[in-house]
Design a protein around this ligand. Structure first.
Ligand code: F0G
Length: 482
């Protein structure tokens, strides 16, 4: 099937769906927004949704479902064991990934828990293109460590390289030689590498990684949570794949993986997760943990309705017109911001548009959390909730030292099929205002800092009265709310 692009005019994305259910939004006056972010400890995770205008925190579990998904939820077969719904989902996994064995789990990190517990021995390392927060935490909890070996280009915020999510195959070979294959639990490839801006890897790169892994008997685990975006980019950016269908590309990636896991909060546009493999031995090892942590083997902690929605959602993910919507909106946002000189991650990736806080607020040092401060400032200026993806999202080491993140990003996620183009334009308008007034933004400090995954519950304080000054300027320039 040839590539279908839905852009018109000057690269304006066109929604290939209509809206049939709506949810009213609330835009608080700016002073209330300042109060709300203070009460939330300057942590956008702790904001109440009723205080949020556009929720761009994540694309996880908040994608719009289709009429077909909602319809399927009504015919879900509710039973503890042997549910027909599970069989339908299992068959869909076979059809799409060509993997025989499927284990359900309540979400992506639950899959990571199972995989880490089963396959990581203390002292082992897990080479990967880039880590994700929950992935790293589970690997470390099991005594393993993460070895990130992306291409150097991955950390170059401004790039035109199409596959910044690629693994550096030379570094992989060196790591195997240095540590020995026995000390490598598995190699993990993350589709649409989240923390570097939703950046894809290429099919060619995965083929090369596979060659190395096969030579040393190391298994490949594919985190397919953000596979939809990665598939779109392979299809549109990789020469050898132009004439392949999305289904064919999916099969090709699947064939190169020993184990695939995913968060169905992203892949499949519903809520849940799962692990699949063709290797019965691997399956049997992981199977034991599912009833222990998740639920019986035919639901794994998911509601049957969600499982029906995942089966349909996975099918819809194979539709080029569906999966292009997120990346095209993100490309539009990124290009419009570039025109105004606002620093953003390029090339545009999946998941969301990423502001580069290191340059946006270059006057804020990393120990004052520039990305966290920018996320708080953006909320005040717009009612938009983004997510800090920088040093706040890192964890202190055993001696209490704080590692600085490679990048300081504010992620503005674009959940699939949720926002209209005028809402996206509102976001652009507010980001540009904030950029013009960036010097008013100051740093933050932790006042309450949890040990593990501190960004979820940590509370911070502004280091000066900069937020009050920002509100004052906003009222002068714009008014009370809009
Ligand atoms: N892997 C990747 C690449 C992810 O992006 C996520 C979640 C997970 C695993 C864990 O899945 O949430 O279902 O347990 N990412 C969300 C986000 C939380 O907002 O980026 P989960």
């Amino acid at each position: 099937m040839s590539e279908v692009k839905f852009f018109y005019g000057e690269n304006i994305p066109l929604e290939m769906h209509k809206v049939r259910i709506v949810q009213k939004l609330n835009l608080l006056p700016v002073e209330h927004r300042q109060k709300a972010i203070t009460e939330a400890g300057n942590n956008t995770f702790l904001l109440k949704n009723r205080d949020v205008f556009m929720d761009m925190l994540t694309d996880s579990g908040v994608n719009a479902m289709s009429d077909k998904q909602m319809g399927a939820m009504m015919v879900a077969d509710d039973s503890y064991a042997g549910s027909e719904t599970f069989t339908r989902l299992e068959q869909k996994i076979v059809e799409i990934f060509n993997k025989k064995f499927f284990l359900p789990a309540h979400q992506g990190r639950a899959c990571e828990n199972i995989i880490s517990q089963v396959f990581i021995k203390p002292g082992q390392i897990v080479p990967m293109n880039y880590h994700f927060t929950t992935t790293k935490a589970h690997i470390m909890l099991n005594g393993g460590s993460v070895l990130e070996i992306p291409l150097d280009e991955a950390l170059n915020v401004n790039s035109s390289f199409p596959f910044k999510g690629n693994m550096d195959v030379e570094k992989l070979k060196m790591a195997v030689e240095k540590h020995g294959p026995g000390n490598i639990a598995f190699v993990r490839l993350e589709a649409g590498a989240n923390l570097i801006g939703g950046q894809p890897f290429s099919l060619e790169n995965m083929q090369e990684v596979r060659q190395v892994c096969e030579a040393f008997g190391i298994m490949i685990v594919l985190d397919a949570s953000l596979l939809a975006d990665n598939l779109y980019f392979i299809k549109t950016r990789e020469e050898q794949c132009r004439d392949m269908s999305i289904r064919e590309i999916t099969r090709a990636l699947s064939e190169l993986s020993d184990i695939i896991y995913f968060s169905a909060r992203k892949l499949g546009n519903a809520r849940g997760g799962g692990i699949c493999t063709n290797d019965e031995t691997l399956y049997m090892k992981m199977r034991e943990l599912v009833p222990l942590y998740e639920g019986f083997l035919t639901y794994g902690g998911m509601s049957v309705r969600e499982m029906e929605a995942i089966a349909v959602g996975l099918d819809e993910t194979m539709d080029e017109n569906m999966i292009n919507q997120g990346p095209q909106f993100i490309a539009f946002m990124t290009e419009e911001l570039l025109k105004k000189g606002v620093p953003v991650v390029t090339p545009p990736g999946g998941l969301g548009c990423h502001l580069d806080a290191m340059r946006f607020v270059e006057h804020i040092p990393q120990n004052e959390y520039p990305a966290g401060a920018l996320a708080a400032a953006l909320y005040i200026a717009s009612g938009i909730r983004g997510m800090e993806r920088g040093t706040m999202s890192e964890q202190r080491d055993e001696d209490g030292n704080e590692p600085f993140s490679d990048m300081e990003l504010v992620r503005l996620a674009v959940p699939r099929r949720v926002f209209t183009l005028s809402q996206i334009k509102y976001a652009l308008d507010r980001i540009c205002w904030l950029y013009e007034n960036r010097k008013l933004i100051g740093g933050l400090k932790f006042v309450s800092e949890p040990k593990i995954l501190r960004f979820f519950f940590g509370r911070l304080e502004a280091l000066s009265d900069w937020q009050t000054k920002l509100v004052k300027k906003f009222k002068e320039d714009i008014g009370d709310s809009l």
